[in-house]
Ligand binder design. Structure first.
Ligand code: TXA
Ligand code: MG
Length: 301
């Protein structure tokens, strides 16, 4: 069952059933050992996933997590905790930790409550396709492959949640909740995982902390290139002069980016040119993380 969230649509699977993650990935079209995010409906659901709240030695983590949850849940922040034995390795991609978030979508919170379990949920797209930000995208990719879709609103956020390791205050996947926002609430220094600054395939010894990061993601069918902003229109003209059908994105935005890639593919675009966002701003960094992956790190100087 696919469900709406404020980031992207998810494909629900019983988080406590070892077979469920496998089935969700089969529907997405690729076997995978990616760790999944478990979606909860109320803070107390966390107690079913992690033992930290019973452990006095973990008081600091608990206090941090509670503060973050109070501010950002329901919303686009995923936190990583040590997992309970009841959470199968199939859900966590073999890791001893579990990723958790509370999505901000009323029908989905109700679905979780109604299910009597908690829902692991990868994005509800065919593997490799851009993430689905509306009901129609899920239908295009997964119709006939899954039991149903809860047709909710279009996603407000448009890129996947920020993934934070609370123990180390490290962001493993950048999103709409920025390091500055997390630091303001916790008073802690927040850093980005170093892997976020390098092209994944370049270093064969590279083992990312967030394993999902190593796969090629979000790719449109069209060739995609990132170009400096001041050269964008010149490059559009050059590509058109070659007789190619060009799609261009002047200023990539979280809410519309994945939908634009899908639209260009529907229109039979040959090449997509996206201008790079200026460096130095956290929100731009989160958006460029998706733009770079979609373009396979194809950057023109
Ligand atoms: O916004 C979202 O997070 C969406 C919606 C549906 O909630 N979900 C989503 O799930 O993006 P998915 O499966 O596409 O991404 C899960 C990612 C993994 O690829 C990995 O980067 C990180 O979350 N992750 C999950 N569990 C982890 C863990 N135990 N340790 C480190 N990273 C983990
Ligand atoms: Mg995904």
């Amino acid at each position: 069952m696919a469900f709406p969230t404020e980031t992207v649509y998810g494909l629900g699977a019983d988080a406590f059933d070892p077979e469920a993650a496998k089935k969700a990935y089969a529907a997405k079209g690729r076997p995978s050992d990616n760790p999944l995010i478990v979606h909860i409906a109320k803070f107390e659901d966390l107690y079913r996933l992690t033992p930290v709240f019973e452990d006095e030695k973990e008081a600091e983590i608990c206090a941090l997590a509670s503060k973050l949850a109070e501010t950002f849940w329901p919303g686009p922040l995923t936190m990583i905790f040590p997992k309970r034995a009841e959470v199968p390795k199939e859900t966590t991609g073999g890791l001893d930790t579990v990723a958790v978030r509370m999505p901000a979508s009323k029908p989905t919170l109700e679905l979780i409550e109604y299910s009597g379990t908690l829902l692991a949920g990868p994005s509800a797209n065919l593997s490799g396709h851009p993430s689905p930000t509306c009901f129609r995208h899920v239908e295009e990719d997964l119709s006939g492959r899954i039991d149903g879709i809860i047709a909710g609103d279009d996603c407000e956020g448009g890129i996947e949640s920020t993934v934070l390791d609370v123990r180390t205050m490290t962001i493993l996947r950048p999103g709409l909740v920025t390091p500055e926002m997390i630091a303001a609430v916790t008073g802690k220094e927040v850093r980005y995982d170093k892997a976020l600054f390098s092209k994944p395939s370049e270093d064969p010894n590279y083992h990312p902390m967030a394993p999902g990061q190593k796969y090629r993601h979000y790719a449109p069918k069209a060739e995609m290139r990132i170009v400096p902003r001041d050269r964008l229109m010149k490059r559009v003209e050059e590509e058109r002069a070659k007789g190619r059908k060009v799609g261009y994105i002047e200023r990539p935005e979280a809410k519309t980016f994945f939908a634009m890639l899908r639209k260009f593919d529907d229109e039979g675009t040959d090449v997509i040119l996206a201008s790079a966002l200026p460096e130095g701003d956290s929100l731009s960094f989160s958006i460029m993380n998706r733009v770079l992956k979609s373009a396979g790190y194809n950057v023109e100087e």
